[in-house]
Write a protein that binds this ligand. Sequence first.
Ligand code: ADP
Length: 257
Amino acid sequence: AEQELIRAQRFESLALLAGGLSHDLRNLLQPLLLAGDTLEDYADDPRLARLGALVRDCGRRGLEMVSSMLSFARGARRAEQVKLGALLEALKLLLQGSVPRTVKMRVDVFDPDVAFEGNHTELQQCLLNLCLNAIQAMPNGGELVIETDLVSLPEDFFTEVEQPLPGRYLRLSVKDTGEGMSPEVLQRLFEPFFTTKAAGTGLGLLSCKRIVASHGGFMRVRSQVGEGTEFHLYLPLNAEDADHMDAQVLDASLQGE
Ligand code: ADP
């Protein structure tokens, strides 16, 4: 599990880097290709024309590599039915070797049969990042709580830049009772390569944000120095999933009474 965890994290970081790099490289290679092509067409000297063709071919080859790098960065992202119960079971398994004795972990799944459209591997990676951060924030022990619930959000919940989607959201929360964050850290949290750790990459939260955004969702953070930190992921549920879920939630609560 440890091995797979490290591999998954490396992959995410690499994908993130490849994505950024491909974009910049494409902007460099496109004019190069054009210049080579033009040189080949217009050069009077055949040696210059050959040089032009060489530049053009290298540019083209480079662009091909860039586009395959881009598709790697985007991942062969498969939309699938993610089952809440399975997602959190997989997470627990991956975390097994990483939770120290001093950290008490609680996982609270409101309904394991809830299913929604998304990508299991990506969400698992995202939750894993948050949990590992939480554990690292509790060097003297504490409590790690993973909670899930179903929420509907009022209009004024959203900031101006966010595009509020009407309807219901699945909320996944990762809470710790660790050292918390100062306002300065809170502000820079999602910056690429921002880290306060000696061996940190500063890419974990950025990749979480990327994953949640690719699911049409968003994140919220609350933190208090000395008290702890809460990360909330909000994933929109499409009407079909939500309707289905409504019934399940209702059933469950009826059974409980
Ligand atoms: P990394 O973990 O490699 O530093 P992240 O992007 O995951 O990169 O986190 C960036 C920074 O945010 C961390 O270095 C840490 O300062 C802060 N941070 C993230 N999660 C927590 C948490 N649960 N408690 C306290 N600080 C946190």
